[in-house]
Design a protein around this ligand. Structure first.
Ligand SMILES: [Zn+2]
Length: 442
């Protein structure tokens, strides 16, 4: 029997529960699934054979929280007074941005952000789109851009009642409509998304939880990213943010709380007891000066933590490196968190956040062939089974990504997009951003 694909002679980091690593190993793929993985070279034939000598083969990295439309803000010079706290970051930057977005912008940003993530080694993102003036059809546009690039996406409309209850209802309906329109075995799946506890009333939260359960899809909500969320909840209901979410039935194994910067021990206990997951976004937290999420305490409680970028810096290696260092700085403990823990957050635990760990997140027989091959030629010290995890956190970056496979489809080859024109993606994205910036600075 002939396999579709054989990757041989690579240093294979499986990312499985045991952390198995094979020097000069192989991965074979048939019908998009991994059929064999292990040390040495098998005797089977394959339609495509890739010699990964000198390369590291890892599972596709997982971006557990992002905003694709954030890419359109890269380098923008906005005529706003510099924000001095997180509430002002939202009011002066993010909310004017999302109000100016069109469905075409949603498509353009999905193309370019998907391309950026895939080229840097991420094979799945979980996105929430916010656009109060571009609600209907936005998720179809995002799904189209995602499929054209060939990355996996979990797509959601970020529901908010920031302007009105009607706005919340329209966002809710867009999410529902989109999820119901999806077919099985698509690169794109759906989830329900609530912007944040402080921008929604009890009624729509309960309704969203109910529908997400019925549809058996994940639900995500920004949680105490900044103090504004915590203070708002304390003032309005006398509860901390996670306490309110718990009372409203939001917590549970299909829920991913983004950020969780300002959470105390009781809130972390609630998260752990309910088997809720957390998407950690350290670079974004630093950018917005919101604080440091107590991730080491979450890990001690057994909370599943994935790694996200929150719409800024899509290279997962940069986010991994930041996650490794920020908790050491914050705690004054150079052993606060280790490279194995961070790599796991970016792979298997990222998949676990969204209930996808039986299908992706590690290189194992029977799992989908979401595979990244890293060029090891610029590694300055020995690249061995013992050193490779250290190199993944200390040496490698997105620019070392040579090949990417998603479900066995070769979507990046020699560091270039294979399924669509990279120059066309850049052109569409730049045109969209140029127009968006001029609207923002009017
Ligand atoms: Zn976010």
């Amino acid at each position: 029997m002939s396999e579709d694909l054989l990757i041989k002679n690579g240093l294979i980091v499986t990312g499985n529960e045991r952390g198995a690593i094979y020097g000069k190993g192989h991965v074979s793929v048939s019908n998009g699934m991994i059929t064999s993985i292990g040390p040495g070279g098998p005797s089977m034939k394959a339609d495509t054979v890739i010699d990964a000598s000198g390369c590291v083969v890892i599972p596709g990295l997982i971006t557990a929280h992002t905003h694709l439309y954030g890419i359109l803000l890269r380098g923008a010079s906005l005529n706003v007074d510099p924000p001095t706290d997180f509430a002002q970051v939202l009011q002066r930057v993010w909310w004017p941005l999302d109000e100016a977005l069109t469905v075409d912008d949603a498509y353009a940003s999905a193309l370019s952000a998907s391309a950026d993530m895939l080229l840097n080694g991420s094979t799945l993102y979980a996105d929430t789109y916010s656009g109060p003036n571009s609600i209907e059809g936005s998720l179809d546009a995002i799904a189209r851009g995602t499929r054209e690039v060939g990355i996996r996406g979990i797509v959601a409309f970020e529901m908010t009642e920031r302007h009105s209850q009607q706005e919340g209802e329209r966002g809710f309906q867009e999410g529902l409509r989109f999820i119901k329109s999806l077919k099985k075995n698509d690169l794109v799946s759906g989830m329900m998304s609530i912007h944040a506890s402080f921008t929604v009333g009890d009624e729509i939260v309960a309704k969203t939880v109910n529908e997400a359960k019925k549809l058996n899809v994940p639900i995500t909500v920004h949680t105490s990213e900044g103090l504004v969320d915590l203070y708002h909840n304390l003032e309005r209901s006398g509860e901390r943010t996670v306490e309110r979410l718990s009372r409203l039935g939001v917590l549970g194994p299909r829920t991913v709380l983004a950020h969780c910067v300002h959470v105390n021990d009781h809130e972390m206990d609630l998260i752990a007891e309910s088997k809720t997951s957390v998407a950690h976004n350290p670079m974004s937290n630093m950018l917005n000066a919101v604080g440091v999420s107590p991730v080491p305490s979450m890990l001690k409680r057994g909370i599943t933590v994935g790694l996200g970028n929150d719409g800024w810096i899509y290279d997962p290696f940069e986010n991994m490196r930041c996650a490794l260092t920020v908790h050491r700085l914050a705690s004054g403990n150079p052993s606060a968190i280790g490279p194995e823990q961070i790599f796991r957050m970016a792979t298997l635990d990222g998949a676990r956040c969204y209930g996808m760990d039986s299908r992706i997140g590690s290189l194992e027989e029977g799992k989908s062939a979401d595979i990244v091959i890293l060029d090891g030629s610029r590694v300055p010290t020995p690249l061995t089974k013992d050193s490779v995890i250290g190199h993944l956190l200390n040496t490698f970056g997105g620019s070392d990504v040579r090949d990417v496979f998603v479900g066995g489809i070769h979507s990046v080859e020699n560091s270039r997009l294979k399924l669509t024109s990279q120059s066309n993606v850049a052109k569409i994205s730049r045109e969209s951003a140029r127009s968006l910036w001029s609207r923002l600075n009017k």
